[in-house]
Design a binder for this molecule. Structure first.
Ligand SMILES: *Cc1c(COP(=O)(O)O)cnc(C)c1O
Length: 483
């Protein structure tokens, strides 16, 4: 392990020298009460400037990230984010703007928000939008609050929300947090929705049905129009978890499939950097009948100006301060404007092509979770390797030795020893070939019972961790005496 900056500290080696007489406030000395003044120094590390720079640059190369190498995390869409989007979001006109600036003085920013909303409506086939939610899970929660408000307005509150057993973990969590009861419906043998099982669960107590399409095994639900009609027949709303739209851009509009409401993760499909917890953006698009319940205020176009619209009486109220994560919205806007309709469609076409290139390159050695042609991601099941004595986790950890990030493992739960790969459209054929070659070599190592599999990862700064202890006894703070 590299040394911590505190361990590099040498008394007197500080990077700067302050004037000995203290700071000259020119007669405006802050009058802090004595008890508020520090009596002992802060205990900051003392390191010369050059070493500080090298220290942090070194740290930045220890962790894996999408600018360093391939990051095929299924469902998460870890794609390369063009740097021009960052450059545009950092324009001083954007970064220097105060969120409470009067609308008349912030027309550029407001127009950007309005146009981004219009683009998302067009892409999704929906009628209205809010950009406020700052994550996928936040969009889900906002949607569920709106769904509740909608049913209450009609004077028939309901209790249940149905999800498939392969749902992303945030779905049941958001449902429970919004006070609804989670009802799971089984997947059929082909990885799609079991229509008969769904029919048996649908009744007048169901507030909504939530589904990801393509589903979490990467397969498009062929019966989705029929499913949405069944949901509507009992007066429930149909929610699409659109966190990952990488398979659909310019090809399918969820609004035209009968969905009423959907969140979109700009930090997945629309090139906003993510990982490490944010900042993200999870805008919500809805059909007209849900528009009155949207959080507000919303930007509205009035002639050639964009102004903040009044929040209507049925609005659930704001779910975030001001407009959500503005910097993330600028990046997504730049990305959408740069690609245009044709470019966005090509994103999905290449994402699908790349996932299937990986599938075909590996399917003789790694069992594919479900028959049929997946779209933007492919789920393998490491059951051939398990017969040889190795689990999906061995394969995932050994991949790190090749400088590649592991796929998502053990999700979805309905696939045993799942390895979920989403290569995304931004990877070149050379990178995909390198990944396929590494996976094929790892399979050979399973056959040879190569000891490198048990000790993996062998080349990372931190070696094999005790997963359980890491969760139960985390060491979150460095103390000298620990070492
Ligand atoms: C990532 C993801 C979410 C959650 O999004 P966050 O921004 O991480 O909260 C929800 N559903 C699906 C299908 C996802 O892939």
């Amino acid at each position: 392990m590299p040394e911590l900056i505190f361990e590099k500290s040498r008394p007197g080696a500080g990077s700067f020298t302050a004037a000995t007489g203290g700071v000259n406030f020119g007669g405006l000395e802050p009058r802090l009460p004595k008890r508020g003044l520090r009596t002992r120094p802060l205990g900051l590390p003392e390191v010369v400037e050059g070493e500080v720079v090298r220290h942090y640059l070194g740290l930045s190369t220890l962790n894996h990230h999408v600018d360093k190498d391939f990051y095929p995390l299924g469902s998460c869409t870890m794609k390369y984010n063009p740097k021009i989007n960052d450059a545009l979001a950092l324009l001083p006109g954007f970064t220097g703007l105060h969120p409470a600036q009067p609308a008349a003085e912030a027309q550029g920013a407001l127009t950007l928000l309005w146009e981004l909303g219009e683009a998302l409506k067009t892409i999704s086939g929906m009628d209205a939008v809010t950009l406020q939610p700052v994550a996928g899970a936040h969009g889900e929660l906002t949607a569920l609050f709106m769904i509740r408000a909608y049913h209450e307005k009609l004077g028939r509150p309901r209790r249940k929300v149905i999800i498939p057993d392969a749902a992303h973990g945030t779905n049941p969590a958001s449902i429970a947090m919004s006070g609804y009861e989670v009802v799971q419906v089984k997947s059929a043998a082909d990885g799609c929705m079991d229509l008969e099982a769904l029919k048996a669960l649908l009744d007048e107590d169901v507030a909504a049905f939530m589904i990801t399409n393509p589903n979490t095994v990467g397969i498009f639900e062929r019966h989705i129009v029929e499913i949405n009609a069944l949901v509507h027949a009992v007066g429930a709303l149909s929610y699409m978890d659109g966190a990952n739209l990488n398979a659909l851009l310019g090809i399918v509009k969820p609004g035209e499939l009968g969905f009423d409401i959907m969140h979109i993760n700009l930090h997945k499909t629309f090139s906003v950097p993510h990982g490490g917890g944010g900042p993200g953006a999870g805008p919500l698009v809805v059909k007209q009948r849900l528009a009155p319940f949207l959080p507000g205020p919303l930007p509205v176009r009035m002639g050639d100006q964009v102004v903040w619209g009044e929040r209507g009486p049925d609005s659930i109220g704001p779910v975030h301060s001001y407009f959500g994560n503005f910097g993330a919205l600028v990046r997504a806007y730049a990305y959408i404007r740069r690609l245009g309709a044709r470019g966005l469609r090509r994103v999905s076409e290449y994402a699908i092509l790349n996932a299937n290139y990986v599938r075909v390159g590996l399917q003789d050695l790694y069992k594919v979770g479900f028959a049929g042609i997946p779209l933007h991601e492919v789920v393998f099941s490491a059951i051939n390797q398990r017969r040889l004595g190795y689990k999906a986790s061995h394969i995932a950890k050994r991949l790190l030795d090749f400088g590649l990030h592991a796929p998502t493992t053990y999700f979805p739960l309905i696939v045993p020893e799942a390895l979920m790969v989403e290569p995304t459209e931004t990877e070149s054929r050379a990178t995909l070939d390198r990944f396929i070659a590494a996976m094929r070599q790892i399979h050979r190592e399973c056959e040879e019972k190569n000891p490198l599999l048990d000790s993996a990862p062998n080349t990372t700064p931190v070696r094999k961790l005790d997963d359980v202890r890491a969760v139960k006894q985390p060491r979150l703070r460095w103390r000298k005496e620990q070492d």
